[in-house]
Design a protein around this ligand. Structure first.
Ligand SMILES: [Zn+2]
Length: 630
């Protein structure tokens, strides 16, 4: 996203707009020393925990850990996306946001937004004043909705007939084309055009900036299809969008959790009962893109499933999509509904409090996973418990390494009676198998060559060991699945948040350049295939610093804000100081030296893997290793 607005403009903004001015229009700030303090708007703050540094153009909360730069503050506080934040700040500074002029798409997209906006207005107006609106009004009243909720969700009415939109909006040929592109009209095989949505209650589907990009329509009787959505268009991608996410973000100051339900009516009905953090998928199953999006907005997702067999099957299928997203920061829970209920009928039946307590007791994904699979085996028999282990472990292997994953292994160990150490070993095997799965069968090396390669590597490593002695273990800094041979040791030099988990080298370097980007003075070549932890974020930040003519912390944060990397950087910036300021330069240079050595060792290991998988010959490996020893 950042690519569409030139970096130079973001730098100009950061130079022209003072972060203290922006924050102080939203939060009362008091000056103390070089910094400003105030009550943090992102958590329930009783003492002033928010600190704003005008020198670095960053803010940081000691209570909840919120931190970032100018743009991220506006994004978080005003609940707007990157582009809107830039636009708001630019107008404050009296600057015009340079648009990507050479983009022929953008004109077309603008026209699509505009025609959809007109349709949106027409549907809303029809709900207020169309002579035939009575049925729609009765339907909404019958569902217990007030005018206020209908207004918040922008509900409308598409009257019966074939040409409601066509007659109003397609006065020009061009407009008709956009109506067609937006999926609002349909052409039949005889070439006749007509409205897609007829005699339906209309739910505008809004993007995260609040712009309507599509519609869902629900019938007023029992005819089919009950729900009809706009087709996929340039603006509307069903596998990414969630109905109600914009409204939920507007309603909740901090979106602590999100409930995922099936239909728009459920979302609106729940909001009517004060549960204003529900969203719905749009006729698709929950996808990885949905979860990716949600994991940036909230810490917890609760997914509703029917309580019957079909619901259990759906839940089991959904688990496969969810596992890669589970982490210590992002949890997923399952809510199985009582038979015959959907969320709408349930909240109506038992009321808000009872419904909320169900949410609080929703099953964590870990328990759901083990529970659903345990139901398939006979847990009273040894072979049943062994079978459970065999079913669950490959699933756990999909969860990123985390405390969460470790706890899941603990509970599996307890339940199946398998020792934890045995589970760990089996899990490592599974990861190695997954890693080797793309090796060509015809090229599988013999055990003899494998042994030879292993011997080569051992001699290579022992020759390197002396020079590396005072440095920490290389394996601590590798992403899985390479992280398999060495137990992690605690290092005395640095204070780590978790004593079992040393801060990876790349994070340390990132932390240091975040304090002072000028520490980096020369480009560091980093191979693309490297699997060192967070090496690719490091590459991106290093590249930016080298390309930038006046790199500062604020500009760096501004450049990456709104991206995954931006979030990592804000997390790091937020960490307790790893080193004292006087040691930055020495620590950085020392870290760079370690990095260069680790890259060499890693590239040798990667070559050895290539050789094991038959991608290069053992002779080539031997030559490469010998060359590096010298
Ligand atoms: Zn806070």
């Amino acid at each position: 996203m950042a690519g569409r607005i030139p970096d130079s403009f973001i730098e100009t903004l950061n130079d022209r707009v003072n972060i203290v001015d922006v924050i102080s229009t939203r939060v009362t700030l008091k000056k103390s020393g070089r910094e400003y303090h105030g009550r943090c708007p992102f958590h329930d703050d009783s003492s002033p925990s928010l600190s704003v540094s005008p020198d670095k153009q960053v803010y940081h909360c000691f209570g909840c850990g919120a931190s970032g730069g100018l743009i991220s503050f506006v994004m978080e506080y005003d609940k707007v996306d990157f582009i809107s934040a830039i636009e708001n700040l630019a107008s404050l500074a009296g600057l015009e946001v340079p648009t990507a002029a050479a983009d022929p798409e953008s004109g077309q997209r603008k026209a699509l937004y505009a025609i959809i906006e007109q349709a949106d207005q027409a549907f809303r107006k029809a709900l207020k004043s169309n002579p035939n609106r009575e049925r729609a009004i009765n339907y909404l009243k019958g569902r217990g909705l007030t005018g206020l909720i209908a207004h918040r969700f922008g509900l409308g009415y598409a009257p019966d007939g074939w040409r409601f939109l066509l007659d109003q909006l397609s006065t020009e040929a061009q407009a008709k084309k956009y109506l067609l592109d937006a999926g609002l009209i349909v052409v039949n095989s005889q070439g006749r055009e007509y409205d897609r949505f007829r005699e339906r209650v209309m739910f505008p589907i809004r993007d995260i900036r609040g712009r309507t990009v599509a519609f869902g329509g629900r019938v007023l009787d029992e005819s089919k299809p009950k729900y009809l959505n706009s087709p996929e268009t340039k603006l509307f991608h069903k596998s990414e969008m969630l109905y109600g996410l914009y409204e939920a973000r507007q309603a909740c100051r901090s979106l602590d959790r999100v409930l995922i339900v099936e239909g728009y009516m459920d979302v609106v009905a729940l909001a009517q009962f004060g549960i204003d953090f529900a969203v719905a998928t749009l006729g698709t199953a929950l996808t990885g893109q949905h979860l990716d999006r949600l994991s940036r907005q909230t810490a917890q997702v609760i997914v509703c499933f029917d309580g019957d067999q079909a619901g259990r099957t759906a839940a089991k299928r959904a688990l496969d999509t969810m596992l890669p997203f589970l982490s210590d920061e992002f949890s997923i829970r399952f809510l199985f509904l009582p038979d015959g209920h959907d969320p709408d009928s349930l909240v109506r039946h038992e009321g808000t409090d009872a419904f909320l307590s169900r949410l609080n007791e929703a099953l964590p994904a870990s328990e759901a996973l083990i529970g659903l699979l345990a139901a398939e085996v006979d847990m009273t028999k040894i072979d049943g418990r062994a079978r459970l282990t065999a079913l669950v472990l490959p699933k756990i292997a999909k969860i990123p390494t985390s405390i969460y994953r470790s706890l899941m292994l603990d509970s599996l160990s307890e339940l199946s009676g398998t020792r934890r150490i045995d589970l760990d070993i089996r899990l490592q095997d599974l990861q190695i198998e997954a890693f080797c799965v793309d090796a060509q069968p015809g090229e599988m090396p013999t055990s003899e060559t494998t042994t030879k390669i292993d011997a080569e590597m051992m001699s290579f490593e022992s020759s390197r060991h002396n020079e590396d002695e005072q440095h920490e273990d290389f394996a601590d800094h590798l992403e899985p699945p390479m992280e398999m041979d060495t137990p992690i040791e605690v290092l005395p030099k640095i204070q780590f948040p978790d004593p079992d988990k040393p801060e990876p080298l790349a994070n340390r370097l990132l932390w240091l350049v975040l304090q002072n980007p000028l520490l980096l003075t020369e480009p560091i070549p980093i191979p693309e295939r490297s699997r060192l932890v967070n090496i690719h974020p490091l590459t991106q930040v290093f590249d930016w610093i080298i390309r930038s003519n006046k790199p500062t912390t604020a500009r760096l944060m501004g450049h990456f804000s709104g991206t995954e990397l931006g979030r990592l950087l804000s997390k790091l910036l937020n960490q307790e100081a790893l080193f004292s300021e006087s040691a930055y330069k020495a620590e950085f240079n020392d870290g760079l030296d370690q990095l260069k050595k680790q890259l060499v060792t890693e590239s040798m290991k990667l070559l050895a893997e290539d050789a094991k998988r038959g991608k290069i010959s053992a002779e080539d490996l031997h030559q490469a290793l010998t060359a590096h020893k010298k």
